[in-house]
Write a new protein. Structure first.
Length: 317
């Protein structure tokens, strides 16, 4: 059996994603039933980027599973600067049963996975945010039922990690995924092509459009994200100013009125009211952003315990 990681959404099969979401739902109702990390086993949790929900939810998840979260400040460790990623991976793999990393380039976490010899989980990179999408799918499933056939519309920056992960994770679940984004901020072609493959395999579809109304019309869930992702702070004035290419893509009550009457509103947070979303939407009755935030705990607990169990099964004679 090959050592399994969760570096991008399609590292799971459709069946595995379904199983993990079922486990997440079960662990939400029975939070201390799975003790996969009893010992306590150590999980290394590294942060190169600012964090609130990720640090809270992974720390709580590891504790619930009976383990110890060894939180590492990436600014102090300077992984890849002070010493190579490969050397850091070899050190961590001898002291932890898994590594969770919130970092920049996808190549960084792929190198960590190559050398760590334990499961590695992507807690956010510039290209993907797969743990967030698991939480989002759990939230949609809880509120609207089975995922296959449902329509998820994302509006905003189509070139960012959330758009990429919605494309992969949503189509893997058999959903119809629509991305409403300016022509200047399209998803990476190779990620779009992979999403189209997954959609064909699992009964979903993909639409990328520069018309936000076309994206959200009839959608079961509408999602957005900040227009200024981490690392883009120097572009803030351009992205949030009056001439912003995203101005037409703000999620307002008027835009939501074109979605299904009971459509959910999703946002991974932090949110900036008056920019990507109006206050009346994010604070309104269709918003499930805090359920979504809580579900990071349950979804991450599910995928972490599953990966550790898979690794132990691999090591058995």
């Amino acid at each position: 059996m090959t050592l399994r990681h969760f570096l991008r959404d399609d590292d799971l099969t459709h069946e595995e994603q379904t199983l993990i979401l079922e486990r997440a739902t079960h662990l939400k109702s029975a939070p201390f039933e799975n003790r996969a990390l009893a010992g306590p086993e150590v999980v290394a949790v590294l942060f190169d980027k600012p964090t609130l929900r990720t640090q809270l939810s992974f720390s709580a998840a590891i504790a619930h599973l009976g383990g110890y979260p060894m939180v590492v400040d990436g600014n102090l460790a300077q992984v890849g600067v002070r010493e190579t990623i490969a050397d850091v991976a070899r050190v961590l793999g001898r002291q932890a049963v898994a590594v969770v990393w919130r970092t920049y380039g996808q190549d960084r976490i792929e190198e960590m996975a190559e050398y760590a010899q334990v499961p590695v989980i992507n807690a956010l990179t510039d290209d993907f945010h797969p743990c967030q999408i698991l939480a989002d799918l759990q939230t949609i499933q809880e509120n609207r039922g089975a995922l296959p056939g449902q329509t998820l519309a994302y509006v905003g920056d189509g070139a960012n990690n959330m758009a990429h992960s919605y494309l992969l994770g949503g189509t893997l679940a058999g959903m119809h995924v629509r991305i409403g984004t300016p022509q200047s901020h399209q998803p990476k072609p190779e990620i779009l092509a992979r999403a189209q493959e997954l959609a064909a395999q699992h009964g979903g579809s993909v639409l990328v459009t520069d018309d936000p109304m076309e994206a959200v019309t009839g959608a079961d869930a509408v999602a957005t994200d900040t227009w200024v992702s981490m690392g883009q702070e120097t572009e803030k004035a351009q992205r949030q100013g009056e001439a912003s290419p995203f101005a037409r893509f703000q999620v307002t009550s008027a835009l939501m009125s074109h979605a299904a009457a009971d459509a959910l509103f999703l946002h991974c947070l932090p949110a900036y009211r008056g920019f990507e979303v109006s206050a009346e939407v994010i604070d309104g009755p269709q918003s499930v952003v805090f359920e979504e935030s809580e579900n990071r705990l349950h979804a991450q607990k599910a995928v972490l315990s599953w990966l550790v169990e898979q690794h132990r099964a691999e090591d058995r004679p």
